[in-house]
Design a protein around this ligand. Structure first.
Ligand code: SF4
Length: 849
């Protein structure tokens, strides 16, 4: 979105600016094939997603192809785009989505399906493939939900099953070689790519709630369509130059995928099947990617990603050199998906060297019995041992994730959740009281705490539990009520995922093609951004289903083992028999070991020629580890060198908020290797002081910050150059000077450009203002009104030319101030729609004695 008047009128404009550091803006005209990669949720979720970024860089690394990004807009922007008849555009070049050759949608979770419709509608592209014409882009999907894409199959021309890194390049090459071909011809060519599924080539017939048949009616090849799997991650280029968001996002950090696939074999887990086999990266590559990624981004946190990071065979060899590399730069290392039993005290000790990230366990079920049913492979003893280690190492809050509604669950299993919470608290208390643990945080203050999070179990396609029934919303609520009564009353909090959201997730998770019409009907009734609690409205879905006479609850029913499932024509490569055997083993509570460290469990996927698990030797010594010397960047005696950095802020970047600018500057200092001091304490942050916050939308030629360094800069010009090379577009360092006092009082000059020439009436208002002794401005904040006299704040206001004013204001850190736009609105009595068109430029300031 480029139009300033639109940006000025929306929530969180930082979502729509683009221009992130490391964003790739290629020449539109010279690209043979242009992809718009779309994440169907808000920017803060989509930018946290690794998969889209990986594909973005892979495509853009090919000189002849181009990829740009687009995220689902918020409801306010959707309305504004419709009102102004503005099409949805990409972030990089700002082209309408309809101008691209391919719209590549990520399908991350079921509750974003209506967002796909929002994006298509704003792009002016028909929902159904059958309604699209030659000029429309091809709409291709892929991602976690692709293994049962049937509820959205009618909206997609093609769907990629499985890993996208190689297939995306093949898609681009195929389409580049068929520029003049018709849509039909292009789809026929795409079908030759391994992992590509063309939904319209298949016909589905129904018999009541069941599927009668799925048959191929077009195209070639047999059934089922098999998921694409890349055999070795080390051959795939990873993110060395990750996108650095300007706005706040959910996972604001560098992610390094240390392994893909998990072979633990939890029977409820879809990813455990659909990302098999396990493929680890070499520890040398992990270190190299971490070093390059942090240097090129400035992130303060590194996350080692995989379905179960603790199972990465070289974790204990990789963590110490990683920490040595980053600890003095205050970069923390997070491992968001740890498993009980893999969190050894040695690993925990490493994690807490910089910042203690949350200590989260996922017992999933309350009792050992139910954990045997789901093949979790951990016992209460394991859980309590991990909690004891965490308490001893200084954590005082343990978070536990559970599911309710798992197959065979009884009241005893729910009661066991409460009992486990009680035992965790007792473990914490015993640690606190243990005199040998004198250094724990619990000892210093505060009681041990436990947070219990509970979600409703949703049976997923391609898992051993795919045939199981999902409990109803009422059953789920009753179980949660029962749990609430049983939980300890003190030091224990219960949080739960809305069972109604799980209900809808369950409908789509095992849904079929008939749900496309429900999606469109609910979207027409206003269903938007359903994954966000504040937007989710189950009544809309119920009404839409009633009008269509659909029994949507039937999608939660138990499935007959012999019936055709909506995804029966698609395969992960894991055999159907393996899933059936696993279900039988669940009923017997019998254990299936992990094929990463034990023998092959014969799931049917690997041929052991082209595809096999890739696991590095636990005892392998790391060449890279020994070469990663800790950086000695702090002198022994602490010294302070303060510099004032003057910078300008022009263009779209002025729509970022103050906190977003702070974060962006911290990361720039890191990328430019400026030796900044960090504060002490639990969350160290760079010692940088900023001038008064600039209102969102205001441009400035006169911003500053003061940085406190532990080493003097050898050359101010060189530091300025380094900073400018790593700042995002729109921010420019104009000057750096040694030593600086934060000015307490100053005069600030603004240039105000009005949307039209200053009228006689407006000039009279300015004259009246200047003649007045007082000029109160009434503000309402948190429902309280407060009056500020703005007259003493204004030293000058006069016309510079026909539509430009010069405004000079006093700014004092101890007195209430006013924003220039407030002043102009008040003096000229501008209506809101006019004031969004006013442009403000802060030109200069000078300190007052
Ligand atoms: S075939 Fe064997 S080794 Fe390969 S993923 Fe399946 S169980 Fe593991």
């Amino acid at each position: 979105m480029k139009e300033a008047n639109l940006l000025a009128a929306i929530n969180r404009p930082g979502r729509y600016l683009g221009e992130e550091f490391n964003a790739v803006v290629k020449d539109w005209e010279s690209a043979a094939i242009r992809f718009a990669l779309i994440f169907p949720d808000l920017y803060e979720i989509g930018m946290s997603h690794q998969g889209l970024q990986i594909l973005y860089h892979i495509i853009n690394n090919q000189p002849e192809f181009l990829a740009e990004r687009c995220y689902c807009p918020g409801k306010d922007v959707e309305q504004l785009l419709r009102k102004t008849e503005t099409p949805l555009t990409s972030l990089e070049n700002g082209y309408p989505l309809a101008n691209f050759d391919v719209l590549g949608f990520t399908l991350p979770y079921e509750l974003c399906y209506t967002n796909i419709l929002t994006v298509l509608h704003l792009a002016g592209i028909p929902f159904y493939t059958s309604d699209r014409e030659e000029q429309h882009p091809l709409v291709i999907g892929g991602g976690a939900c692709a293994m049962n894409p049937e509820p959205v199959a009618d909206f997609f021309d093609a769907i990629l099953l499985g890993d996208g890194e190689e297939a995306m390049v093949e898609i681009a090459e195929t389409l580049a070689g068929a520029k003049k071909a018709s849509r039909e011809e292009k789809l026929a060519l795409l079908e030759d790519i391994d992992g590509i599924y063309i939904p319209k080539y298949f016909s589905v017939k129904y018999n009541g709630v069941r599927i009668h048949s799925i048959t191929r009616t077009q195209g070639k090849g047999g059934l089922p369509i098999r998921r694409r799997v890349i055999s070795d991650l080390s051959n795939i280029s990873h993110l060395k130059k990750p996108l650095v968001p300007n706005a706040k996002i959910v996972h604001d950090r560098l992610g390094i995928e240390v392994a893909r696939g998990c072979t633990r074999g939890c029977r409820f887990c879809q990813a455990g099947i659909t990302y098999r086999p396990v493929r680890e990266r070499s520890p040398e590559q992990v270190l190299e990617l971490a070093k390059a990624g942090i240097a090129n981004s400035g992130f303060e946190e590194l996350a080692l990603l995989s379905l179960s990071t603790g199972d990465y065979s070289c974790i204990e060899q990789t963590l110490p050199p990683l920490m040595d590399m980053f600890v003095q730069k205050y970069i923390s290392v997070a491992m968001p998906s740890m498993r009980v039993g893999t969190l050894t005290p040695a690993i925990m000790e490493q994690i807490k060297r910089v910042r203690k990230t949350g200590f989260t366990l996922a017992p999933e079920a309350g009792s050992d019995r139910l954990r045997r049913v789901i093949n979790k492979g951990i016992t209460e003893e394991d859980l309590l041992a991990s909690c004891g280690d965490a308490f001893r190492l200084g954590w005082k809050l343990i978070k536990c994730y559970f599911m309710t509604g798992l197959p065979t669950e009884t009241k005893d299993d729910i009661e066991a959740m409460a009992e486990l919470a009680r035992k965790i608290l007792a473990t914490g208390k015993a640690t606190k009281d243990d005199p040998s643990n004198a250094l724990t945080n619990i000892k210093k203050g505060g009681s041990p705490q436990v947070n219990i999070s509970v979600g409703t179990f949703v049976p997923k396609p391609h898992t051993p539990f795919q045939w199981q029934r999902q409990i109803t919303v009422d059953e789920s609520m009753a179980k949660l009520d029962f749990l609430r009564k049983k939980l300890p009353k003190k030091n224990c909090n219960l949080k739960y995922h809305n069972p109604k959201v799980s209900w809808l997730e369950g409908v789509f998770s095992r849904g079929d093609r008939r749900l496309a019409q429900l999606l469109v009907a609910a979207w027409q009734k206003g269903a938007r951004l359903d994954g966000w609690n504040e937007n989710f409205n189950p009544e809309l879905w119920r009404q839409a289903a009633e009008e269509l006479q659909m029994d949507i609850d039937s999608y939660l029913r138990e499935r007959d083992m012999e019936e055709i499932l909506p995804w029966s024509h698609l395969t992960t490569g894991v055999s159907d028999q393996f899933l059936r055997d696993e279900l039988a083993k669940a009923q017997e509570e019998s254990y299936t070991p992990d094929c990463r460290y034990h023998q092959c469990q014969k799931c049917g996927l690997c041929d052991f020629k082209t595809l096999r698990p890739i696991v590095y030797n636990r005892n392998k010594t790391l060449a890279a580890a020994t070469s990663c010397e800790p950086e000695k960047n702090a002198p022994e005696k602490e010294q302070h060198f303060k510099y004032m950095v003057h910078y300008s802020r022009r263009g779209k970047i002025c729509y970022l908020g103050h906190l977003e600018i702070l974060q962006l500057i911290f990361r720039t200092l890191h990328r430019a290797e400026i030796p900044v001091h960090y504060s002490k304490g639990f969350h160290p942050s760079p010692k940088v002081s900023f001038g008064p916050a600039l209102p969102v939308g205001t441009e400035s030629m006169a911003e500053y910050f003061i940085m406190d360094l532990f080493r003097p800069l050898t050359s101010l010009e060189e530091a300025q150059k380094r900073l400018n090379e790593t700042l995002p577009r729109g921010l420019v360092v104009e000057k750096i000077e040694f030593s600086a006092q934060i000015p307490q009082k100053m005069l600030v000059d603004y240039q105000i450009t009005l949307p039209a020439a200053i009228t006689v009436e407006q000039q009279q208002k300015i004259d009246a203002f200047l003649a007045a002794e007082r000029f109160p401005l009434c503000r309402i904040r948190k429902r309280k009104s407060k009056e500020v006299d703005i007259r003493p704040l204004i030293t000058t206001i006069r016309g510079e030319d026909a539509s430009t004013l010069h405004l000079q204001m006093r700014s004092e850190s101890t007195l209430p101030g006013a924003k220039p736009i407030e002043v102009i609105e008040e003096i000229l009595q501008l209506p809101k729609e006019e004031s969004t068109k006013v442009k403000i430029l802060k030109k200069k300031w000078h300190a007052l004695q």
